[in-house]
Design a protein around this ligand. Structure first.
Ligand code: NAD
Length: 361
């Protein structure tokens, strides 16, 4: 994907033109629409009667109702045609957190987002809905029912999150009702669901390699995992309510399943649902953290000679062993958000969709 971000395909896909009478306020562009969240976003927007443009460096699906624009969001010339004639832009593009490429994160998440804001203004877009992340306030220590009033992390868990903070700040700072340009940030946490390329496939891969035997800590730490369709619902509600109440502009909203669950219980449900064993041995949190710290020190010491990228890092330990769940009261009150799919149904549907990864024999 990094390569794709650097060298976008410029060819425009064939499409069925929109009907002449498409109402402008239901015309939108999904930047990052070929991604996991983006594709679900496109499906729900179409189902709600929107006309949808997708802007991405790649085209991951075909749909005659969608107009695809291929390019790099950092490039104004690529982006402008995709934003012309739409009232709302959903920005859910990002390099994957695992890419570990600082320059790419800064360029796409921060500079690219500034380019999106400028191009939105130029094209006369009225609403920009950013997919941020609840991690912008997480520093590796417990957060229980955290609200949007908590300050941004001064020590973000990684560089990706650092650029998500910069991105959110620049988007919310661009809110300008006087110039008819409104912005909000949606902060989901732990998105999962059918077609997720990260959480379930990585978990199953680890289980197949025999790496899912240990629970870090006592296994009681509650975390939010949010079904992708609920995340999409939060975005669309925010966009629609923003038209009715411009005072919502400039705000961030946590969107979760509103059912925090012990981190290890969630992973175990996915694993056992696909017939793998759940982790059953406990390792004290402090010990896991110390070992990860030691490993990262060793990696730093040998880095002039050998470059290694360990997956067992102090921040990964913190993510797996601390409480981090968030209140979505603000979204409930301000935009009428309620999760559409319960966690129970969401897990069942997700497991069902990944049955091709099920353990055999
Ligand atoms: P994804 O990797 O599946 O999708 C991201 C899309 O962005 C891809 O299709 C990619 O091609 C596109 N993209 C990347 N760089 C681009 C560029 N320079 N120009 C144009 N398109 C570009 O990611 P996702 O899981 O769907 O995440 C969507 C958003 O949600 C991201 O902003 C992410 O930070 C945020 N988020 C995700 C999670 C999660 O658990 N997945 C949690 C919180 C927040």
């Amino acid at each position: 994907m990094e390569q794709a971000a650097a060298e976008p395909r410029r060819k425009q896909a064939t499409h069925t033109p929109w009907p002449e009478d498409t109402p402008k306020d239901k015309a939108c562009t999904v930047i990052g629409g070929s991604g996991f969240l983006g594709q679900h976003m496109v499906e729900q927007l179409l189902a709600r009667g929107y006309s949808v443009n997708v802007f991405d460096v790649r085209q991951s699906f075909d749909n005659a109702q969608v107009k695809f624009f291929l390019g790099d969001l950092c490039n104004r010339q690529d982006l402008y045609p995709a934003l012309q004639g739409v009232s709302t832009v959903f920005h859910c593009a990002s390099p994957p957190p695992s890419s570990n490429n600082k320059e790419l994160f800064y360029r796409v998440n921060y500079l690219g987002t500034k380019n999106i804001i400028d191009t939105c203004r130029e094209a006369g877009v009225q609403k920009l809905i950013l997919t941020s992340s609840a991690s912008v306030i997480f520093e590796g220590v417990d957060i229980k029912n955290g609200t949007e009033d908590l300050p941004y992390a001064t020590k973000p868990i990684d560089y990706y999150t650092e650029t998500k903070i910069l991105q959110e700040q620049v988007v919310l700072g661009a809110n300008d009702p006087k110039r008819n340009f409104l912005t909000v940030a949606i902060r989901p946490h732990g998105i999962f669901g059918p077609r997720d390329p990260q959480l379930v496939p990585i978990l199953i891969e680890a289980a197949r390699k025999g790496k899912m035997k240990f629970i870090i800590g006592n296994g009681q730490n509650l975390v939010d995992f949010t079904f992708v369709e609920n995340v999409v619902h939060g975005h669309i509600l925010a966009a629609e309510r923003l038209s009715q109440d411009t005072a919502l502009g400039g705000q961030a909203f946590h969107i979760t399943n509103d059912e925090p669950i012990p981190f290890w219980a969630f992973l175990s449900r996915i694993l056992t649902g696909l017939h793998y064993e759940a982790p059953k041995y406990n390792i004290p949190y402090w010990l896991a953290y110390f070992l990860a710290l030691l490993l990262s020190l060793l990696v730093a010491i040998i880095s002039p000679v050998v470059q290694l990228q360990p997956t067992f890092t102090p921040m990964r330990v913190a993510l797996a062993g601390t409480f981090h769940y968030y209140s979505c009261e603000r979204a409930k009150k301000a935009i009428g958000y309620r999760p559409l799919v319960t966690l129970d149904d969401a897990v069942k549907r997700t497991v069902q969709s990944f049955r091709h990864l099920q353990k055999t024999g």
